[in-house]
Design a protein around this ligand. Structure first.
Ligand code: PGA
Length: 244
């Protein structure tokens, strides 16, 4: 299976023109990458105009259609040609009050639409200092995947994104990431067959850049990366992809 490198542009850039330049530069630069699947997740408003790389969305609503002003559904994203959807990002949990229960509904809709969710989990700095990582990841995974069949669960990609490492320049050590990835597989093996837990794709995210990216693949043993800030710099993101 190819490594998965996902660029999460968040609320950037502020014009279609900049979005197209960034996208096309990345597209050209990563053209030679062989063992990597590159996915870019721009804001919704740019999805229609960006072509030639696999697209992901940064969020989704948990209903397919109806009177939900301002929302976007998994069916609409599928119709746009989107393949991946980031679900449960810590910024959604923090600023938009997304609970494990809301995230669970979103994951179900994404899976039922035939899209691949990138299910984000991770502990805050306080939870880490209180040695609560296992408890937090267990609750996020168990509640997030509640009622999701093994058939659907095998499509899920889990992104381990410790909240304290996001956008801080304080990336998680490869040793700690390795331990978290093992823990995630263990939690999954309590919910699903061992084979599914073994084959699960786990990504790391949190202050990934071109200097530290490769070590997560070679030392932490993850199957890919979720890149925020560094994905807004085309050369930096291209280096991450080409060095894998
Ligand atoms: P960062 O963001 O790479 O800027 O730390 C990662 C993310 O939020 O997915």
């Amino acid at each position: 299976m190819k490594y998965l490198i996902v660029g999460n542009w968040k609320l950037n850039p502020t014009s279609q023109k900049e979005a197209k330049v960034l996208f096309d530069t990345v597209k050209k630069g990563v053209g030679k990458a062989k063992n990597v699947e590159v996915v870019l997740c721009p804001p919704f408003t740019y999805l229609a105009q960006l072509k030639g790389l696999v697209l992901g969305a940064q969020n989704v609503f948990h209903e397919d259609k109806g009177a939900f002003t301002g929302e976007i559904s998994a069916l609409q994203l599928k119709d746009m040609g989107v393949k991946y959807v980031i679900v449960g990002h810590s910024e959604r949990r923090k600023y938009f009050g997304e609970t494990n229960q809301i995230i669970n509904k979103k994951l179900k809709k994404v899976l039922h639409a035939g899209l691949t969710p990138i299910f984000c989990i991770g502990e805050t700095a306080e939870e880490r200092s209180a040695h609560n990582i296992q408890e937090v990841l267990e609750a996020q995974i168990t509640q997030g995947l509640d009622g999701i069949s093994r058939e659907d669960a095998k499509e899920v990609v889990v992104a381990y994104e410790p909240v304290w490492a996001i956008g801080t320049g304080q990336n998680c050590s490869t040793d700690e990431t390795h331990k978290a990835a093992l823990l995630i597989r263990k939690i999954m093996s309590n919910l699903y067959p061992a084979e599914l837990a073994k084959n699960l794709r786990v990504l790391y995210g949190g202050s990934v850049d071109s200097k530290n990216a490769t070590s997560y693949i070679t030392e932490a043993g993850v199957q890919g990366l979720l890149v925020g800030g560094a994905s807004l710099n085309a050369q930096e993101f291209i280096s991450i992809v080409l060095n894998i």
